[in-house]
Design a protein around this ligand. Structure first.
Ligand code: 2RA
Length: 349
């Protein structure tokens, strides 16, 4: 019998991508149940070419479910993941609720697949999209030279803030369309575009040097996630990470500029060779021909795109590189689906 899958949060920005991924990847699932809030119950969505009615989240939904993929707010996952696990489902959770729980593995199949098997709570966590947009290539380079420290600048897409983020940016774009002067005078953008939630400033024709919520000592939650999740996934509790997370006027696809310091001397050509051999990574790196990753090329694709690979001029143990990754695919739905597939393979014995 193929395992029964529940998709919890099937109607959100990530959930929509999830159904696309389930319809295009190898089909390892038996029955698929689509679950959402009671507000969305009754909707009919198509997955694997089949129309399925969305049911409201309840304990009964998990009866007979082998794997439950969750893409819901942290507080919903905090309440419902244990309920699903108690009903016998292995929960693969895409929220931030469980990622740093010592009894919950944080799994990226290309980096630490073995961690998925140790799940005392019946819950496996998937990482934040910013971490997932860089961790596959960084894991490969860590295996080659031993990663010691990372300086990260992220350029994060509006859809990282969900459908509201997408809607906000498109609304702001419409407000500036055709203007020949906006973006040239202090405050001119704010006067026309205003501060639409969830962004505390105009996003269009601007960048916002903050993402997530304010945490200790002025760090943003996104920046702490990059640091803490990288440490857990790579098994490097003392890894030094300094991240600055910036929101940019891109609909979907996060980009990151990384300065990575290793235990050993590095070589740019060797790095390209290692990354070309890494599943889930595409190397686009020929600046002389203006070939480097951009969100406009990476969006809608599964791999992490890597380019601008060069050895630091001041440190033979440091590499500088630029990466792009679709934050709704590998950054969320795809990684969750890949982890769920690991569990399905394990259950199939
Ligand atoms: C963001 N990475 O971009 C976070 C959550 N998806 O807002």
């Amino acid at each position: 019998r193929k395992p029964t899958l529940a998709v919890v949060g099937a109607t959100g920005a990530v959930g929509t991508v999830m159904l696309d991924i389930l319809s295009t990847r190898e089909d390892v699932w038996g029955e698929i149940r689509l679950v959402a809030s009671s507000r969305s119950a009754g909707k009919r969505l198509t997955v694997r070419g089949e129309e399925i009615e969305v049911v409201a989240l309840s304990e009964e939904v998990f009866a007979g479910v082998d794997v439950a993929m969750f893409d819901v707010p942290d507080e919903v996952s905090k309440e419902w993941a244990p309920i699903a696990a108690a009903k016998g489902a292995v929960v693969v959770d895409n929220s931030g609720a469980w990622r740093m729980d010592p009894e919950v593995p944080l799994v990226v199949p290309e980096v630490n697949p073995e961690a998925a098997r140790e799940r005392p709570k019946g819950i496996i966590a998937s990482a934040n999209c910013t971490t997932l947009s860089m961790i596959v290539p960084m894991g490969a380079l860590h295996r080659e030279w031993g990663l010691k420290e990372m300086f990260v600048a992220s350029y994060q897409a509006a859809s990282g803030a969900g459908q509201a983020g997408i809607d906000t940016l498109r609304t702001q774009l419409a407000k500036v369309a055709g203007s020949q002067s906006l973006g040239t005078q202090p405050g001119d953008l704010r006067a026309v575009v205003g501060d639409f939630g969830p962004f505390p400033a105009p996003l269009v024709l601007n960048v916002i040097p903050f993402a997530g919520s304010l945490k200790e000592e002025g760090w943003a939650s996104e920046e702490l996630k990059v640091r803490n999740e990288s440490r857990k996934i790579l098994g490097l509790p003392d890894l030094k990470v300094s991240a600055t997370c910036v929101r940019v006027p891109v609909i979907t696809t996060h980009s990151l500029a990384i300065h990575a310091i290793f235990d050993q001397e590095v070589d740019a050509e060797r790095a390209r060779a290692v990354l070309r051999q890494t599943p889930g990574v595409v190397v686009v790196d020929d600046p002389a021909r203006s070939e480097f990753p951009t969100p406009a090329d990476a969006v809608g694709t599964d791999p992490t795109w890597v380019g601008r690979i060069r050895r630091s001029l001041d440190d033979p143990r440091a590499l500088d590189l630029f990466l792009c990754g679709d934050n709704l695919r590998k950054g969320a739905a795809l990684n969750t689906a890949q982890v769920a597939e690991l569990v399905a393979a394990e259950l199939a014995g």
